[in-house]
Design a protein around this ligand. Sequence first.
Ligand SMILES: *[C@@H]1O[C@H](CO)[C@@H](O)[C@H](O)[C@H]1NC(C)=O
Length: 235
Amino acid sequence: MMRALLILLLVIQSVAILTVAKHFDFFYFVQQWPGSYCDSRRGCCYPKTGKPAEDFSIHGLWPNYADGSYPSNCDSSNPFDDSKVSNLESVLEEQWPTLACPSGNGLKFWRHEWEKHGTCAESVFDEQGYFESALSLKKKANLLHALENAGIRPVDGKFYTMVEMKDAITKAVGFAPFIECNVDSSGYHQLYQVYQCVNASGSDFIECPVFPHGRPCGNKVEFPSFSSASSRDEL
Ligand SMILES: *[C@@H]1O[C@H](CO)[C@@H](O)[C@H](O)[C@H]1NC(C)=O
């Protein structure tokens, strides 16, 4: 009886320690290629602030567990407050634009990312810190530059292999990314999103503990131009 009680106490104690110490293990930092977002059956709508530049844009910074699962919507008492990012708004419009339809100004997108993912990393940063960390990771990754250095440019009708795209980013950043593709209106696979792993402080890229599950891209991948893309409003 005494022994059973002791074991129970030990179990409770170790579970308590685990839950306090391990809110999550690492982050996925996810960027999207606007040319591929728009060149799909769903299409896109440019933000109210205008067509974004031809560059990768931020999708989100997502806390994740090493087993591949992830926490979400962790604190409903800490909803998105746009006054906390008012000093970042013009940079977010540039680097983290919304392409969803109907056209928006980005607030809805940022609200979703903070409330679903950001609130699960409150032990690391507040709302402003969450957005600032993502902006600084984007600068650090400089994906477009990494690809262009390897001769991989956004051009319609030109194909690259998955391996050369992955290698270009690995060489520049030091760690292999996960690349997700979508399909354009002609059925070709194209570079859609790039996942990079970041340590639990949200500051440094690391080797991915686990890659997301996703359909493989195939070996012929397009990197479509965004400057020649059109939004749904223009079609
Ligand atoms: C993340 O990396 C930074 C820089 O190397 C380091 O200071 C920090 O302790 C790391 N955080 C974690 C949780 O590993």
